[in-house]
Ligand binder design. Structure first.
Ligand code: PLP
Length: 413
């Protein structure tokens, strides 16, 4: 029955095709892809799925909304290049991500740099590149002024606000309490007044409420509260608000009980928010910034069965993959409890389940568990295992140096 659940009912599987029993990624059989890449494990990202996801968002969200991609979700250069032709801007979180963004045709004034602990060197690189710095503290504002002075350039800045409310139903809470991110909403008016004399070009606000949220109503409520907060803070701004980045936090279904986000509802409610914003702050572009939702479902992590063993009656499929490449799938990337990601035998994708097996990685630690007692077809040495929903926070969010095995390859197909 577990197999029924995984193969038929899990939303993650609904969209994947197979041919001659093999999973197809971007139209290519997974085995052929492994041969082309010359190794397992690898990540494969489906270009068409990424494009379709952006198109679905465009159709659901109000037409005035600008869509940004948060590069940290998946910084593969080819993926970032692909997004450059699809979205309206990028969010970067380091100077190296900044280089990735500036290597694309994306215009610098559509790129913003958020994140705590930006170094002086990073600030200089960002200002020289002409991108917008999301200020995370008053000290960072002062250092940004100095960095601009060194270059003789007026830095473009926005204020990242730590909101005075919390986003409901989010996998990861950001905002509402004490935080290392952003400037407390109640401290922002003074900061904005001080900014007027500092030689900074004020662009707007960035108010990010959370991540991995599947509750459309909660997201819409937060977006509306964020707009209200920005409208209140705008009274203190040194110049007109040019943009309001309301974050995103749209989630994807990882586990059998997760239901996909009701994008239509988010979009319909956001229209009301956009109308309100347009009236109050007519110069402000409304930005939704997403990582996981844009790329998470387009990616698959593939590894190979190296050993099949039975220990006291329990079947283990031992693979050449593991948490050093796909930490999230093992439940060790900030998740409270470990639950199985959607996992399948990719080389027997349409074969019915015949046994229960656990799929483990090659690391010498019991936490290297990719799937715990799932229903699978009989699989053996050489079979390929696919972990779905692996397009975001996969390879770059995993401790690849742990145990010194080879790194996973990546392909955009
Ligand atoms: C991580 C991050 C995002 C992306 O979050 P997702 O949950 O992947 O959509 C967006 N904005 C900021 C500031 C972030 O730090």
């Amino acid at each position: 029955m577990t197999d029924e659940l995984l193969h038929k009912d899990h939303p993650a599987f609904a969209d994947w095709q197979c041919r001659d029993g093999e999973l197809l990624i971007g139209g290519q059989p997974v085995g052929l892809l492994a041969a082309r890449l010359g190794q397992t494990p690898f990540y494969a990202y489906d270009r068409e799925k990424i494009s379709r996801r952006v198109a679905d968002l465009r159709a659901a969200l109000p037409p005035s909304v600008r869509l940004h991609y948060a590069i940290k979700a998946n910084p593969m250069p080819a993926v970032v290049q692909h997004f450059a032709g699809l979205v309206d801007g990028f969010d970067v979180a380091s100077a190296n991500e900044l280089d990735l963004a500036l290597d694309t045709p994306m215009k610098a004034d559509h790129i913003s740099f958020a994140g705590p602990a930006k170094s002086d060197a990073e600030l200089v690189r960002a200002i020289a590149g002409g991108i917008t710095i999301e200020l995370e503290s008053e000290q960072e504002m002062i250092r940004t002024v100095k960095a601009g002075g060194l270059l003789g350039i007026t830095p473009r800045v926005a204020v990242r606000v730590n909101p005075d409310f919390k986003l409901r139903g989010s996998g990861m809470h950001m905002g509402g309490g004490a935080s290392q991110f952003g400037i407390d909403a109640e401290a922002v008016p003074d900061l904005l007044r001080a900014m007027g004399d500092l030689g900074l070009s004020f662009q707007g606000f960035h108010i990010f409420g959370g991540s991995q949220n599947l509750n459309a109503e909660a997201i819409a409520d937060a977006e509306d509260q964020i707009a209200d907060l920005a409208i209140r803070l705008a009274d203190h701004a040194p110049s007109a608000v040019r943009h309001l980045n309301i974050g995103g936090g749209f989630g994807i279904p990882y586990f059998p009980k997760d239901r996909p986000l009701d994008l239509g509802h988010v979009g319909a409610r956001l229209q009301g928010t956009a109308d309100k914003l347009q009236k109050a702050l007519p110069d402000a572009a409304l930005i939704v910034e997403l990582g996981r939702y844009l790329v998470g479902e387009a990616g698959v992590y593939v590894c190979k069965v190296i050993d099949r063993k039975v220990s006291r009656g329990q079947v283990f499929l031992v693979t050449d993959g593991g948490l050093h490449h796909q930490l999230s799938a093992t439940g060790n990337f900030g998740q409270g409890i470990r639950r199985n990601y959607p996992v399948a035998i990719a080389s027997r994708f349409d074969t019915p389940a015949a046994e229960t097996a656990s799929i483990v990685g090659c690391l010498c630690t019991p936490i290297d568990l990719l799937a715990d007692k799932i229903a699978v077809p009989m699989a053996d040495v050489g079979d390929l295992v696919a972990i779905f929903q692996s397009g975001a926070y996969g390879r770059s969010a995993s401790p690849s140096a742990f145990l010194s095995h080879p790194e996973a390859r990546e392909a955009l197909i």
